[in-house]
Design a binder for this molecule. Structure first.
Ligand code: PLA
Length: 459
């Protein structure tokens, strides 16, 4: 049915809603009103509400989101035209020439894939079987009894973030009353992930600015005080942003408390191999909890250790008390994944399966990882040396050497971090974190000057 207006044109303000009173002589007809059909009878009078589309957006009420505190730093860096600029924001490995790095083992794995002429069919919802097998083995050790007994539910995820998000959706569905406990501070996206999944969270003490070290007593006290059965989010190794990990003895004590409180440990393992350069050593915390017979959740990422940032490859592993429970948990993870993203991408999964599953490539990977971890250790040392030599105030910068992994938590506050960027063109997160993976030996002196100026001249 065609509707027409016969009156003279009228001018309307842009946000107008016009109500028309129509007299129709159609015997039977219908008009669309919102989503439902409106049937018109003979001589029926109807009211039709209609929005007039004059510069009016239905999205008018959408406000501008703030830039992401980490990935937004890269956008700001790109826009800076100064030659001195340095991007120490996102944790992405660069070469000494500050160029992105594609690992040789990744190139070899990709060549193999080309030679085999792999297809692009959908993966199953849980991901590539060969990937899921090797990823659980890499995390837990291939001879771990929980793997042999089929107690691990592994689902390929959209890297670390997607795996954490899937697990958060699982928590929300099956433990709607439970809380997540996250460290203060933590990787900024943890809060977003739990917020969006509608999982309530609270923080436990972690970092002590006075000692620039771990507030272990505070951590224990807060985990003890939390409601029984909470999900304790723990960084498996190389805590982001502080670079401070519990000692093996402290990990044992944490496991005691978590067990006592009936909490569920939820590990985020985004840096396996990057903390110490050794894959097994970096899995110590997770393996120790599993060995105690605890049920744990572990999100894994291959962004950093295999340099597969953009391939979005990782996994969520749920170690369960029986194979039967593991099967059911896996079925529910798949059920959650299907309406979210259906099934995961195949390319990164094949790379990981080829590298970790092949003894020659696996050993080459370990060498390359040691090299990357070694380069970061070298710039860490050089930065400490430069700061110690240049800073005449007597400040002790040795905390930089005690921190591990990709980052250094400098202790610079927001105003000081702003000075680093605005005056020195050093891009970093506002919590004072710098990514040493984006630093070269030759830039250490410049960075030391920037830090000393910001620390002493900006309050
Ligand atoms: N967990 C932690 C603790 C992380 O630091 C990161 C990445 C992830 C998970 C997720 O990484 P993925 O999804 O790429 O696997 N953190 C980075 C990048 C390196 C980021 O913020 O996304 C960082 O600069 O902190």
């Amino acid at each position: 049915m065609a509707l027409s207006l016969s009156s003279a044109p009228v001018s309307l303000p842009s946000r107008s809603v016009v109500t028309l009173r129509l007299n129709t002589k159609q015997t039977v007809g219908f008009a669309k009103n919102g989503g439902s059909d409106l049937f018109l009878k003979r001589k029926a009078f109807i009211r039709v509400g209609m929005a007039v589309a004059l510069n009016f957006s239905r999205f008018e009420s959408v406000t501008m989101a703030p830039p992401d505190p980490i990935l937004g730093v890269s956008e700001a860096f790109k826009a800076d035209t100064n030659d001195l600029k340095l991007n120490l924001g996102v944790g992405a490995y660069r070469t000494e020439e500050l160029q992105p790095y594609v690992l040789n083992v990744v190139k070899k794995a990709e060549n193999l894939m080309l030679e085999k002429g792999e297809n692009k069919e959908y993966l199953p919802i849980e991901g590539l079987a060969a990937f899921n097998k090797v990823t659980a083995e890499l995390l837990l050790g291939a001879d771990n009894p929980v793997i042999q007994q089929g107690k691990v539910a592994t689902v390929q995820g959209l890297s670390g973030t997607g795996s954490l998000r899937l697990a958060a959706a699982f928590i929300q569905r099956y433990f709607p009353a439970a809380k997540a406990l996250i460290s203060s501070p933590t990787w900024g996206n943890h809060k977003n992930i739990f917020n969006d999944a509608r999982v309530p969270w609270s923080e436990y003490r972690y970092y002590d600015p006075r000692t620039v070290g771990l507030d272990f007593d505070g951590m224990i006290a807060d985990i003890k005080a939390a409601p029984d059965g909470s999900f304790v989010v723990l960084h498996g190794c190389a805590h982001n942003p502080t670079g401070i990990d519990p000692t093996p003895e402290q990990w044992e004590e944490l496991a005691d408390i978590i067990q006592e409180k009936n909490h569920i440990p939820f590990f985020d393992v985004a840096y396996q191999g990057f903390a110490s350069g050794n894959l097994d050593a970096d899995a110590f915390s997770v393996r120790m909890f599993v060995q105690r017979g605890l049920e744990v959740l572990v999100a894994q990422s291959y962004s950093k250790n295999l340099g597969l940032y953009a391939e979005r490859i990782g996994a969520i592993n749920v170690v369960c008390s029986s194979p039967d429970v593991a099967d059911r948990v896996k079925s529910q993870l798949k059920r959650l994944a299907r309406p979210m993203y259906s099934n995961p991408p195949v390319h990164g999964a094949r790379i990981v399966a080829n590298v970790v599953g092949d003894p020659t490539l696996f050993s080459e990977w370990k060498d390359e990882m040691e090299e990357m971890a070694g380069r970061i250790k070298n710039v860490r040392q050089r930065l400490y040396d430069s700061l110690s030599q240049k800073d005449k105030s007597g400040k002790d910068w040795s905390f930089i050497l005690r921190q591990i992994g990709m980052f250094s938590f400098t202790g610079l506050n927001k105003a000081q971090s702003d000075n680093m960027t605005n005056k020195w063109h050093v891009y970093m997160t506002k919590d004072g974190r710098i990514s040493l993976a984006g630093l070269s030996l030759s830039k250490c002196e410049y960075l030391a000057d920037a830090i000393i100026d910001s620390f002493h001249n900006v309050s």
